[in-house]
Design a protein around this ligand. Structure first.
Ligand code: MTE
Ligand code: MO
Length: 319
């Protein structure tokens, strides 16, 4: 069943980013060849479907969000076996395989910088900060595939309001876990580790921005960013970072991992925009996992209610 996955996905599009980065960053073909060999082998020895869920705790999800799409949800199988989580390797199958070694308890999230009430949260306290919602969101990867995921979490604004940003806070930076003993991907200089991302404060405060602890009513599978990640549905998937350990409020725009790796390809904003092509491919269409025909990509991934955040900005310049 898993082995069929690559068949219905345009591999040229999917692999183009990681292959390109491998070529660019690695000195010679040796490392790239290694990655290809690994990808070829991965399908055979993936953990059994659902194994990461065997011990997964059910979450107490009490709110059904009006922000949810009614589009068909992507299968749990696809959501958990076709991932980008470069700390565990650049191919889509490595995260499901290797992320199981990551320890997600105990886990702390340090919230610091331009806030009146800096605080280090234990993950189990963070989980209880606000009622957990179900948010069924479209998720569009910059590589040209998309999924629909029933995430579980609460608005990022609930956390931000707790720590009370100062008047200097204009941006928020997210830093994710870096563990050399469990993350084989970080030995490759594909990105500047740890993975970092950032949002403007008003973007982070937008009611659509989610602090996410689970999906399909259970704790996040490790390959999807356990124990806590962001979900910013109007932006390309890489803006939603997995396995967060630090949140820093800042006056200046933070450096972000993808922007540092390839600034002409990945800007700070990275709003889904079918009218602005990636330098190496079109962003006009996408393939929904599990579907055969391509569909048109929508401005802001269909989340038009964020448009006012960008009034007066040239979205070709601020890509
Ligand atoms: N820490 C971390 N977060 C990350 C990534 C990553 O490599 N490392 N990849 C991003 C990309 S490119 C995408 S498309 C989404 C994928 O999320 P999913 O695997 O849960 O669908 O995670 C994003 N968050
Ligand atoms: Mo992505």
């Amino acid at each position: 069943m898993l082995i069929k996955k690559p068949g219905h996905i345009p591999s040229s599009e999917i692999t183009s980013r990681s292959v390109y980065l491998n070529r660019r960053k690695f000195l010679a073909g040796a490392a790239a060849a290694g990655a290809v060999a690994l990808a070829g082998r991965a399908a055979g020895d993936l953990f059994a479907p659902g194994i990461s869920y065997a011990d997964a705790a059910k979450l107490n999800v009490t709110v059904k969000s009006p922000f949810s799409t009614t589009e068909k949800e992507t299968s749990l199988e696809d959501i958990t076996h076709y991932n980008n989580f470069y700390e565990f390797g650049t191919d889509k199958y490595s995260p499901a395989k290797y992320a199981q070694a990551m320890r997600t308890r105990p886990w702390k999230v340090k919230v610091e910088g331009e806030v009146q009430k800096p605080r280090t949260f234990d993950i189990d306290d963070l989980l209880k900060l606000a009622p957990l919602e179900e948010r069924i969101y479209r998720h569009r990867c910059v590589e040209g595939w998309s999924i629909v995921v029933p995430w579980n979490g609460y608005p990022l604004s609930a956390l931000i309001n707790q720590v009370q940003p100062t008047s200097k806070a204009k941006y928020v930076m997210f830093e994710t876990a870096l563990d050399w003993s469990t993350m084989p991907g970080v030995r490759e200089p594909v990105l500047n580790w740890p993975y970092t991302e950032g949002l403007r404060l008003d973007e982070a405060m937008h009611p659509l921005a989610l602090l996410c602890f689970g999906l399909y009513g259970e704790e996040l599978p490790k390959q999807d960013g356990a124990p806590v990640r962001t979900v910013v549905p109007w932006k390309y998937g890489f803006k939603s970072c997995k396995s967060i350990v630090r949140i820093r409020f800042m006056e200046k725009q933070p450096p972000t991992a993808w922007n540092m790796a390839a600034p002409n390809e990945y800007g700070f904003y990275s709003n889904v925009n079918p009218n602005v092509d990636h330098p190496r491919w079109s962003q006009a269409t996408e393939r929904r996992l599990g579907e055969f025909l391509k569909r048109k990509t929508l401005m802001f991934n269909g989340y038009e209610q964020v448009a006012s955040l960008y009034n007066g900005m040239d979205l070709r310049k601020y890509y």
